[in-house]
Write a protein that binds this ligand. Structure first.
Ligand code: ZN
Length: 161
């Protein structure tokens, strides 16, 4: 198990585009293992590779059953509905804001071996997928925030922590 350092807001790496992953090798598996360990250690709901300083298109997301899903080269294939709720980011500690996100998303991605799959998510988990996938093209929730809220108001309804 290896905990990686989480890159903080202000570092330009968080604003860069990730490259598509084409090699599903032990190095990728190590990255994904470390990302999951780092996410668990930080008690977050999602972590994208740029947040550990790696510009590769993958992320790990906490699912509603408490398990973690690895998504490699993910895209939002379909989305519907909308929700406004609080969101935060492990790279922006102490800052929370209301962000509008789809209520339902279908994510298409590959697993760590390159096998393609789709995953349907709603509510909090749909928000987490949107947030992490934004990270892969340099997006942060602060780009979309409707209004900031006091950390005390944050009740865990948003993404990450
Ligand atoms: Zn984030």
């Amino acid at each position: 198990m290896a905990i990686r350092n989480i890159i903080q807001e202000g570092d330009e790496i968080l604003r860069k585009n990730c490259r598509k992953i084409t090699e599903f090798n032990p190095r990728l598996h190590q990255l994904l293992d470390d990302m999951r360990d780092t996410l668990i250690n930080a008690d977050g709901a999602g972590l994208a590779a740029p947040q550990v300083g790696v510009l590769r298109a993958c992320a790990v997301v906490l699912l509603s059953d408490g398990s973690y899903l690895e998504i490699v080269n993910p895209i939002i294939e379909e989305s519907s509905g909308s929700q406004e709720d609080a969101e935060g980011c492990l790279s922006i500690p102490g800052k929370f804001g209301i962000v509008n996100r789809p209520m339902y998303v279908t994510v298409r991605a590959q697993d760590r071996f390159g096998k393609e799959f789709t995953y349907n998510a709603e509510g909090f988990t749909a928000r987490a997928f949107c947030h992490e996938i934004d990270h892969l093209s340099g997006g942060l929730f602060t780009d979309k925030v409707i209004r900031y809220i006091d950390p005390d108001e944050y009740y865990g309804g948003g993404e990450e922590k």
